[in-house]
Design a protein around this ligand. Structure first.
Ligand SMILES: Nc1ncnc2c1ncn2[C@@H]1O[C@H](COP(=O)(O)OP(=O)(O)O)[C@@H](O)[C@H]1O
Ligand SMILES: [Mg+2]
Length: 344
């Protein structure tokens, strides 16, 4: 029996952007941007101020007709069926204002009515999800910045959109509010939502992202699942040809890898770290070593298995290794390799 015929056909990607260009006057601010976001992913759209993130997002959310290119959300072409796209997405603009002289509940009821959803149950569900239940009767004007930001997110969840597009959801938030936002995004991901969020600060929400696109001066430098980009750079460094899984027409995620990056690895050993340093001395891939706060910091080039080699070498020389940690997170390392220092 062929079940596939009875199942509603789902598009290949939740978001598909193909050869997007946008020109303001004489300036091409978005230049041939292509990327895909799979269902259930959290895609970090990263780039400095002015890179073209908001322009791309406005085109994705039907608010701006791009100069050229095609965008599909959940398989729906944005320029052909903008109304259907609007029902599919929850869009949180950057620097959105909120009505201040109403209560949190009134605010959400107003928007539930305007989305024509039944506010009696939905508002309570969304208040609980965004952890605003205890603030339901508070005036919006009396909320903190982080709470207002959660209210913005609550608003775009009312019509239960499949795809969330959030422009700088964590900018200007203090560390605690940022953590709360991150937890909320993880929860939404757990509910099966696809999320695209933009940020001009690389590490802001990086650890909730499953894939990233890095935009520089209107061009996408690299895009794809973090693990895949990492593996590709790894392979390029060690001279192995890496073939990413086929992604249908064209592969947008072919960013150049520039010079081999140096990574820092921290070793925690039993006994003096200087002994470990002397033991590792002479390995060709090590470009520097220092002792910091009782730990040995090794700066090295080359693939990850060099780290395993070092651990093996230390252990064979009777040095107890109790901790090994890479200093840079994966995303930061990718970022350093693919950008040319044009970013902040
Ligand atoms: N409406 C507009 N008219 C003219 N130029 C614009 C307009 N909106 C944005 N720009 C320019 O386009 C470039 C990209 O802006 P934007 O998409 O907002 O970048 P980002 O969101 O990455 O900071 C910037 O140089 C900005 O000044
Ligand atoms: Mg912007």
């Amino acid at each position: 029996m062929n079940l596939s015929k009875t199942v509603e056909k789902q598009a290949d990607y939740a978001i598909r952007v193909r050869h997007l260009w946008h020109r303001f006057g004489p300036y091409d601010v978005v230049r041939d941007v292509s990327f895909d976001v799979g269902y259930g992913e959290v895609f970090g759209f990263i780039g400095p101020n002015g890179a073209g993130k908001t322009t791309t997002i406005r085109a994705m959310t039907t608010l701006l007709e791009p100069t050229a290119g095609r965008i599909e959300i959940d398989g729906i072409d944005v320029s052909v069926e903008p109304e259907r796209v609007r029902r599919t997405i929850g869009y949180m603009p950057d620097h959105a204002g909120v009505y201040e002289r109403v209560s949190v509940r009134e605010y959400l009821e107003f928007f539930a009515d305007s989305y024509a959803v039944d506010s009696s149950t939905v508002v309570d569900a969304v208040l609980e999800l965004t952890d605003l239940g205890t603030l339901a009767d508070r005036l919006v004007v009396a909320m903190s910045k982080g709470q207002k930001q959660r209210l913005q997110l609550a608003r775009v969840l009312l019509h239960d959109p499949k795809v969330l597009i959030l422009d700088e959801p964590a900018s200007d938030l203090d560390p605690r509010a940022r953590i709360e936002m991150r937890n909320l995004l993880s929860e939404l991901r757990g509910m099966g939502k696809t999320i695209l969020l933009s940020s001009h600060i690389l590490t802001e929400l990086a650890d909730v992202c499953t894939s990233v696109g890095i935009l520089e001066r209107g061009r996408l430098v690299v895009a794809g699942p973090i693990s895949e980009i990492g593996a590709r750079l790894e392979a390029q460094r060690s001279g192995v040809v890496f073939r990413p899984p086929a992604h249908g027409e064209g592969d947008p995620s072919t960013g150049p890898a520039h010079q081999a990056a140096v990574r820092r690895v921290k070793f925690k050993v039993i006994g003096p770290p200087e002994t470990a340093m002397a033991t590792l001395n002479g390995a060709p891939f090590i470009v520097g070593m220092e002792v910091l706060a009782g730990q040995l910091i090794v700066s090295m080039t080359g693939p990850e298995w060099h780290i395993a080699d070092m651990v093996g070498h230390l252990v064979r020389n009777n040095i107890g290794v109790v901790g090994v940690e890479q200093d840079k997170n994966e995303l930061e390392r990718i970022f350093l390799e693919v950008t040319r220092g044009e970013m902040q």
